[in-house]
Ligand binder design. Structure first.
Ligand SMILES: *Cc1c(COP(=O)(O)O)cnc(C)c1O
Length: 372
């Protein structure tokens, strides 16, 4: 007997009945995109929910990061970033026109290590682009100090960090700008979408213009913008999603806690993300497979797959090992020992709000049978 497949994530969607009034409004207004009324409502509601003042909604985080880079003047020179991320982080640097430089990560948080960042600074360095990996906040103070000491811009890839707080405040308040992703697989989704969080209204307006071909008004184009607008359907999904997001976050926390309760103290594996910490969003449930586990990460991965459980090896391979980046000097494995070790041992287990306790117990039992 085969059990139904369990994937690493399952997108959250709002009740269809919550969508219908919004769809009716869109159909009646015939405004489909270009800063429509639903988008304006969503933008205001989102700023309120996140506790940040200046948000530009965009089509996705990849384009949002490109625009943030462009607005910050990062169209040349070097940008120090992490190899332990989704490939879009480095792609955005490249598409904007700058060169990514990889620095090593911290072995506990798996986020950029400020000291390793500082060691990679050259006269060409213009900015730092860290990632709040798996929703765990970066060392924002350490990174801000390095950026200030060397006169660098600090832009955060906050694709994983929806709703994350530190000391009761949004993590998105740090750095010059932060970029959220609302892709289907993220904690909060608009099917596809994203947002750029800026420090001031001027920057928000500049991002809005860049997302709309650079139009300043009907007759004036001041910059080479692209088309990165969010349309009204995505904004409607976003508005409806906001109503349920606290429930989604609470359920994710409960699933994460159920894993942690069984895994904490098992010598063969380490849970990467903290549980029971206020302000974490439980973006994922990554574990690091250690030498005390009877099998290695890939063996465990294949073993789970044979049981119809599709964990994911995030982030493996490192971005620095992918074809467009492997020839960069900073991609040399010798300079990235912590990231390399994490990439070889990481496994993200299924985590989504409606993961059934019985299914989760089966996953836990299978992992412990290999690593317990
Ligand atoms: C998902 C993701 C992105 C890209 O987001 P899109 O909205 O799909 O463009 C960028 N960086 C990280 C770390 C991601 O996980």
């Amino acid at each position: 007997m085969t059990t139904p497949p369990i994937y690493v994530t399952r997108p959250s969607i709002p009740p269809l009945s919550d969508m219908l009034p919004l769809l009716t409004q869109i159909w009646e207004s015939r405004t489909l995109t270009n800063n429509g009324p639903v988008l304006q409502r969503f933008e205001a509601a989102l700023a309120d929910y996140l506790g940040v003042a200046h948000i530009s909604l965009v089509a996705n985080a990849t384009l949002g990061t490109v625009l943030a880079m462009q607005q910050a003047g990062l169209t040349a020179g070097e940008v120090i970033t992490t190899p332990f991320s989704f490939v879009a982080t480095a792609h955005a640097v490249r598409i904007a026109g700058a060169t990514p430089v990889f620095a090593d990560i911290d072995p506990v948080t798996l986020n950029l290590d400020p000291a390793k960042v500082e060691a990679m600074i050259t006269p060409q360095t213009r900015a730092i682009l860290p990632v709040h990996t798996f929703g765990t906040p970066c060392d924002v103070d350490g990174l801000a100090e390095v950026a200030a000491r060397h006169g660098l811009k600090l832009l955060y890839d906050a694709a994983h960090a929806f709703g994350v707080q530190r000391d009761g405040q949004s993590i998105l308040r740090h750095g010059d700008m932060s970029v959220l992703s609302f892709h289907a697989t993220k904690v909060f989704n608009t099917f596809e979408g994203g947002a750029v969080i800026a420090r001031d209204h001027e920057t928000k307006l500049a991002i809005d213009r860049l997302a709309n071909f650079g139009f300043a008004d009907a007759l004036t184009v001041e910059a080479i913008g692209t088309n990165a607008k969010m349309h009204e359907l995505s904004a409607a999904v976003g508005l409806a999603q906001l109503c349920g997001i606290d429930d989604v976050l609470a359920r994710r926390a409960a699933v994460a806690q159920r894993y942690a309760d069984r895994f904490n103290g098992v010598p063969g594996l380490r849970c990467v993300c903290p549980t029971g910490v206020k302000g974490h969003n439980h973006y994922a449930f990554p574990i690091l497979i250690g030498p005390d586990c009877r099998v290695d990460r890939d063996t465990l991965f294949v073993h789970l797959e044979a049981e119809n459980i599709f964990a994911r090896r995030y982030f493996y391979p490192l971005i620095s090992d992918l074809t467009p980046y492997r020839s960069l000097p900073s991609a040399d494995a010798a300079g990235l020992p912590v990231a390399r070790d994490a990439a070889d041992r990481i496994l993200c287990l299924p985590l989504y709000p409606d993961l059934e306790p019985d299914s989760q117990d089966r996953i836990i039992d299978l992992v412990l049978a290999q690593c317990g």
